[in-house]
Design a protein around this ligand. Structure first.
Ligand SMILES: [Zn+2]
Length: 371
């Protein structure tokens, strides 16, 4: 059987990961690897990074009465709680939890549709609750082709992670996005009333577990109530189908430093090196890009320069740049007056950053691939 849960976040301190952890601690059957699945970042009702939870249960449908009771006693009371958002300008939605149960894992198409766009609720499986059922179904349907891991611990009181423990976890091979490489600021602890103490990401389950234990045991870490390792689709790039190649025709710099290329490709000013690269581009340059379409624009998540060639008049023997004397009139050195037939030299421009360039780590989407 497959169980999914979503949309139980609340400003009062609820958090879907913790609600799910508590359910797993109580459930009277064996279960597989819990999964934390990020979904389409533009979903209108998204709560904190739009993550849903799922797990395979090793039982039959005789678990349903137990789930009925658990739903009524522990999850129903969360309905209508206002969810926390890091963006105060975004419309707030009350929590509308949803839980689903399937005998067999649902078709992976349900995952791909939900991670890449807006979907309506499908009436399949056994369902409890409201809007959260959409994410809960998608989390069950995740085929886990590209998997990373996250160790999450929940706090009892204050949120405090031992800085030395964080440093050693950051050095551990196989962890990622622990600290901002530019500022050394920790990236594992959320802010606000959320009950999560930290979430540490890794490329293997073993490393996620090791890092979690180091952090929990850190002398400077405050008390945690529990911790658990989740298989996730974070850093999978699953939300973007493919990259595209284009030639720059137009470049507009908007108020605030955001840049629009070709009237469609949007780079935000907070995008650091990626925004600098977009600013540096000239008309005629060729780029490859990754982005997510929203409201007719593509929000860039990665840009790679393919070619940028500058055409200039050649230098004269005396070292001065030659100039055109008019159409079909050839070129002439403004200093020593040497003339030559009309010609150009092409130089390859060197970009401010080579290869794929992404927004800084703290501005990247949970789903964004690591280059
Ligand atoms: Zn000259």
């Amino acid at each position: 059987m497959w169980l999914g849960l979503d949309d139980t976040d609340s400003l009062a301190g609820g958090c879907t990961t913790q609600v799910f952890d508590q359910l797993l601690r109580a459930i009277p059957c064996e279960f597989g690897e819990p999964r934390l699945v990020r979904l389409w970042p533009f979903a209108a009702r998204r709560t904190r990074g739009n993550a849903a939870l799922a797990v395979e249960l090793f039982c039959d449908d005789s678990i349903i009465p137990w789930l009925d009771n658990y739903w009524t006693d522990h999850i129903m009371p969360l309905v209508g709680e206002i969810s926390e958002s890091h963006h105060s300008d975004r419309e707030q939605f009350p929590a509308d939890p949803g839980m689903v149960l399937f005998e067999n894992q649902p078709d992976e198409k349900l995952y791909w549709d939900t991670v890449r766009g807006k979907v309506e609720l499908t009436n399949i499986g056994h369902q409890w609750g409201g809007h959260g059922r959409i994410g809960a179904i998608a989390a069950c349907a995740w085929p886990a082709q590209i998997v990373t891991w996250e160790g999450i611990a929940w706090r009892v009181g204050i949120r405090k992670v031992c800085p030395q423990a964080l440093e050693s976890v950051d050095r551990l091979e196989g962890t990622f996005l622990c600290r901002d490489p530019r500022t050394s600021r920790g990236l594992i602890a959320p802010r606000g009333p959320c009950p999560i103490m930290f979430g540490v990401r890794a490329t293997s389950r073993e490393v996620a577990m090791k890092a979690t234990i180091i952090l929990v045991d850190g002398v400077g870490t405050a008390e945690v109530s529990d911790h658990r390792i989740f298989a996730t689709n974070q850093a999978s790039g699953d939300h973007i189908v493919q990259s595209f190649t284009t030639v720059i025709n137009t470049k507009k710099i908007l108020k605030g430093g955001h840049i629009i290329l070709n009237e469609k490709l949007l780079s935000f000013s907070e995008s650091g090196e990626m925004n600098l690269l977009c600013q540096w581009l000239n008309i005629g340059d060729k780029i490859q890009y990754l982005g997510l379409e929203f409201n007719g624009q593509i929000h860039l998540e990665g840009v790679k320069l393919i070619s940028s060639i500058e055409k200039e008049r050649p230098l004269c023997e005396c070292g001065t740049r030659m100039k055109s004397m008019g159409e079909d009139q050839g070129i002439r050195c403004p200093k020593c007056k040497l003339t030559s037939t009309d010609n150009w030299v092409e130089t390859i421009r060197k970009p401010p950053a080579e290869g794929w360039v992404q927004p800084p780590v703290d501005k990247r989407r949970h789903l964004a691939k690591q280059f």
